[in-house]
Design a protein around this ligand. Structure first.
Ligand code: ADP
Ligand code: ZN
Length: 725
């Protein structure tokens, strides 16, 4: 790191969507190394930013304002700063917008209140000091330094007794210093005995710690022990004095994972997700920045924490689509984790039972290594998957559980085991329509039907949060009480299950019915303790839970994710349904899966029935290769949006018209985005499709740089888009 001398001009990046850093005079701030947090004037405000490097324009006669002060915090590490620049450039985002994600807890940057002083018995005791009963009780406790309040409490005396003793010199203050880091995860805490396959994989990963950049795909069926294996890599990083980061798709719901970590390492890791309180976020951010937090487990945004000594990143369930952020800065956390590893010279472990085609392709070309755990731990077998053809075995009218599934659940419950019914749709019914005129209740701000939620007693838009009561009267034909619910959500399946299995203890697991992480953890606990017989859930039940007595999984609508013609629809369906199926039979009792579908002959259903992950991936890759789709080609999406439909249309047309010609790049659109109206904004989509090696970012920068759009129009760029809504 180059030191900047006083009087120099420096570039300061501010957490604002500006095109780059701004120049300031370093003034007489003592040591402004790049990365230092500083307070600077901007207009008539004062803003906190980060020294990014020497001034862009070193001309000394150019006017610029001095930095007000530097903050006593560890500087943003070099690798983090290069990471921020890299993400901004790749995602075509303002560097300041990326920096903002790294300083997402403004309060963590404010000066800390010094901890209250701690008192300890003076040694020797002052002469002539009258020892009362209360005073001697205090002295008995005061060999451990503690605050005045704590000391009063432990000794059972009033605050005045303590005060008097301090005044007399019988108790003295000691320097509290920095708040200590607290107990740390212990890499030598005994873990489970690994099987020979697990041992071999763990050995490989351990060998990568401290040995530079490497990406390893850890592939293994659900229950094969991937978590135990990457715990070994974490242990090695800890032993080497490094920090480790684990990304999980639903960290707020991962109580079981946290418990396992604690069992392995003796203490809980530092968690990072949006459900933390402000105070927790502040403490955790500082603990990471100071290097006190050794293991962080978090959601995608944890990648932007300022780790000073990161030695390993694990991305669990790497295929999970929740790693893609689609608002603000559009980035894919798995891909950016690889970049972070490259910039920091450290290993990345990607774990999955159903690797994404992207990662599989990188293994194929030799860029990434692959380690395989071929079987379930402890001899548990993978569940047998049976397709239920809904054309041959339809459920009764207005019901969703087919006769074969009905029978299977009955048998399962009679055997004293647990069952899970999976439907990836929250609420009661996805569509409400008037029996009289066919009118459908739609969100006024989005291109979406309103979803009925009986539990909440209302109709709700799943895109913008709009909600309303069910109207008494059809707004179109004025018929009274004419609305009828169409199709199922988990609430409706639960209603049906209660009717079919009246003696079963039934629970629903869906994000909107769980007020927070604690409620989710309690429900998982109840299920693990067998206080629930039949669980009905959305995709949040699919993630990582281990229920030893769960032996039957019924998929209510296997086709749900296939509609819509999304590029990755089949791949995602395969991954999600494999993961759900993987909940069955994880212990001694073998599991089975009944998968209800209208498309028994579809490739994805056949592959699921045969458990043929590799075959499915190969066939899917062949299709994509022929079409030049990712991972064999590149995509970028531009969403043009605004409140005025005509203006949006015009801007989109204009963009398409001036798009530079390039033989390697194909422009598709503009077309109305599937969600043509979202939160009251009209949307048109342009899609760029290009050969793999094309520099799409340079193309888009050049393109957007040559047009001046009205202020009311927003163009959102999404490199490597995953959602086509
Ligand atoms: P995956 O992450 O591949 O789904 P897990 O690591 O969650 O697999 O392991 C599945 C279950 O098997 C967990 O309950 C785990 O504690 C247990 N397990 C895996 N490996 C071992 C082992 N070597 N010894 C004891 N238990 C193990
Ligand atoms: Zn809406």
């Amino acid at each position: 790191m180059t030191k900047l001398t006083p009087g120099d001009r420096v570039a300061v990046l501010l957490p604002l969507p500006l095109s780059g850093p701004l120049d300031y005079l370093a003034g007489d701030a003592p040591s402004l190394t790049p990365g230092t947090f500083v307070r600077v004037p901007l207009g008539n405000r004062t803003v906190t930013g980060v020294v990014w490097g020497p001034a862009a324009d070193p001309q000394p006669n150019l006017k610029c304002r001095p930095i007000k002060e530097s903050l006593p915090l560890p500087p943003v590490p070099d690798a983090s700063r290069r990471f921020i620049d890299w993400v901004a450039s790749y995602c075509l985002a303002a560097p300041g917008a990326v920096l903002k994600m790294a300083m997402s807890v403004p309060k963590a940057l404010e000066p800390e209140k010094p901890p209250p002083p701690r008192l300890v018995a003076a040694d020797p005791q002052p002469g002539g000091f009258a020892l009362t009963k209360a005073r001697s009780r205090v002295l008995e406790c005061a060999w451990v330094p503690q605050t005045a309040a704590d000391l009063a409490r432990t000794a059972g005396v009033g605050a005045s007794v303590i005060k008097g003793m301090v005044a007399a010199g019988a108790l003295c203050e000691i320097e509290a210093g920095e708040i200590e880091a607290g107990p740390q995860p212990d890499p030598h805490h005994p873990g489970p005995v690994l099987s020979p396959e697990q041992q071999a994989a763990a050995q490989e990963l351990r060998g990568q710690i401290g040995a530079g950049f490497a990406v390893t795909l850890l592939e293994g069926v659900t229950g094969s022990g991937k978590t135990e294996v990457y715990f070994e890599a974490i242990a090695e990083a800890l032993a080497a004095g490094k920090q480790a980061l684990v990304l999980l798709p639903e960290i707020a719901l991962s109580a079981q994972w946290l418990e396992r970590f604690e069992r392995r390492f003796g203490v809980a890791p530092t968690v990072w997700h949006s459900d933390l309180s402000e105070g927790q976020r502040r403490r955790h951010w500082r603990a990471v920045a100071r290097g006190h937090a050794k293991v962080v487990v978090g959601a995608r945004s944890a990648l932007f924490l300022p780790f000073p000594s990161l030695g390993l990143v694990v991305v669990d369930e790497e295929h999970d689509s929740s790693y893609k952020q689609e608002e603000g800065v559009c980035y894919h956390a798995r891909d950016m984790a690889v970049v972070r590893g490259h910039l920091g010279g450290l290993p990345i472990v990607l774990a999955s039972a159903t690797p994404s085609l992207e990662m599989a392709a990188n293994v194929e070309t030799g860029r990434y290594r692959k380690l395989v755990l071929p079987s379930r731990h402890g001899g548990a077998s993978l569940p047998e998957v049976t397709l239920v053809d809904l054309r041959k075995d339809p459920p009764p009218r207005q019901q969703w559980i087919s006769p074969p599934l009905h029978k299977a659940v009955e048998e399962c419950l009679a055997a004293g085991e647990q069952a899970l019914l999976f439907l990836n749709r929250r609420g009661y019914a996805p569509l409400t329509l008037c029996r009289g005129c066919g009118f459908r209740l739609q969100c006024p701000q989005c291109t979406a039907w309103l979803v009925e939620h009986k539990a909440g007693g209302r109709l709700q838009c799943h895109h913008c949060g709009y909600y309303a009561r069910k109207p008494e009267q059809c707004p179109n034909c004025q018929a009274e009480h004419s609305f009828t619910s169409c199709g199922p959500g988990v609430e409706r399946v639960a209603e049906e299950a209660a009717m079919l299995f009246p003696d079963a203890r039934i629970a629903i697991m869906a994000s909107d019915l769980l007020p927070g992480p604690k409620a989710a953890a309690e429900l998982v606990e109840k299920m693990a303790r067998r206080e629930i017989d039949l669980l009905i859930g959305t995709q949040i039940v699919a993630k990582g839970h281990h229920f030893p007595l769960l032996t039957l999984v019924g998929v209510i609508d296997g086709d749900l994710g296939l509609a819509g013609g999304d590029l990755r629809a089949a791949e995602r369906t395969f991954q999600l349904l494999s993961q759900v199926s993987g909940r069955a039979g994880r212990a001694e009792h073998p599991g089975r899966v009944l998968l209800q579908t209208y498309q028994t002959e579809a490739k994805v259903m056949q592959a699921l029935a045969k458990g043929d992950t590799e075959g499915f991936a190969r066939a899917e890759a062949d299709d994509r290769r022929v079409g030049g789709w990712p991972p064999f080609g590149r995509l970028a999406a531009l969403i043009v949006s605004g409140e005025d439909s005509a203006m949006v249309e015009k801007a989109a047309q204009q963009l398409a018209r001036i798009a530079p010609r390039d033989a390697a790049i194909e422009l598709l659109g503009p077309a109305p985005a599937p969600l043509a109206l979202l939160r009251g904004r009209h949307r048109r989509r342009l899609l760029l499709k290009a050969a793999k090696q094309t520099n799409l970012q340079a193309y888009i920068r050049h393109w957007l740089g040559s047009i001046d759009l009205p202020r009311q129009i927003r163009v959102q760029v999404d490199i490597d888009p995953y959602s086509f809504m």
